[in-house]
Design a protein around this ligand. Structure first.
Ligand code: IPE
Ligand code: IPE
Ligand code: MG
Length: 242
């Protein structure tokens, strides 16, 4: 059945841990970079599908603070791929009315990558459809530490009274301050962990873990995740429908 015919409960914000590129390549006797290349095709298809379905925010975990530990050749190739992806897909984002954003310690990225990123963000800034947020050199603990530093600075400068600090105020000091919390987290490749992704923001997010590897996660798999999400009862600590 097509998504249009189906009565889907579409999450406002989907976050995805795009995992399993390396294993996809290994299974085929290919270099890991080939897995990343195919993974980029999944990114394209999932962005397009989310836009069509009316998802408002899509956060993609593309590179973690811990991923810098990987061999230099893999890191270099991922950075080049990211830059090329942004360069090639900005016109596609314009056609699809996608607004690009990024979270993470972006200053850690190679300069040419940062330049392309800011160019694509600027070009798409007036688009009103899907907001696509790339998490790059992103780590949730680092984000929380940066948030605490920013809070302390506001208090020291007299812009904020210590007694006013609560969860809502703190949220405004995180990289994600402009976006609502994710409704649905998808992790591909079957790992049951968060790997330092959006720890603060996912207090009440619904989790969907699939054994499908990221290069094979396409529109149909996304629809399956959304269908599953539609069957959840979100209680937020209350009693729900009894
Ligand atoms: C996800 O795939 C992509 C990044 C983390 C950049 P992996 O490269 O982690 O693939 P596996 O987990 O080794 O299969
Ligand atoms: C999480 O995947 C990071 C991204 C998808 C960018 P990893 O492959 O780095 O996670 P671990 O090492 O299996 O926890
Ligand atoms: Mg992995």
């Amino acid at each position: 059945m097509s998504a249009k015919q189906e009565d889907l409960t579409v999450p406002r914000h989907i976050a995805i841990i795009m995992d399993g590129n390396g294993r996809w390549a290994k299974e085929r006797g290919l270099p890991r970079t080939e897995g990343h290349r195919r993974g980029a095709d999944s990114v394209q298809e999932i962005v397009e599908s989310c836009g069509q379905l009316g998802v408002k925010y899509l956060t993609l975990f593309a590179f973690s603070t811990e991923n810098w530990k990987r061999p230099k050749a893999e890191v270099d190739s991922l950075m080049k791929m990211l830059e090329r992806f942004l360069k090639q897909k900005t016109s596609e984002m314009m056609k699809q009315n996608v607004r690009l954003q990024a979270i993470g310690r972006l200053h850690d990225l190679p300069e040419s990558c940062q330049n392309q990123l800011h160019k694509s963000i600027e070009t798409t800034s007036q688009n009103t459809g899907l907001t696509l947020i790339f998490a790059l050199s992103y780590g949730a603990r680092e984000e929380i530490i940066d948030g605490i530093k920013s809070l302390v600075e506001s208090v020291e400068k007299g812009h904020l009274d210590k007694g006013m600090i609560d969860a809502e105020v703190f949220s405004k000091h995180l990289y994600t301050r402009y976006y609502p919390d994710p409704d649905l987290l998808i992790r591909t490749s079957g790992e049951m962990r968060l790997s330092n992704f959006l720890l603060w923001q996912m207090s009440y997010t619904e989790f969907y873990i699939t054994s499908v590897l990221w290069p094979e996660f396409r529109r149909e798999e996304l629809l399956e995740a959304i269908r599953d999400y539609g069957r959840r009862q979100r209680r937020y600590g209350g009693v729900g429908d009894i």
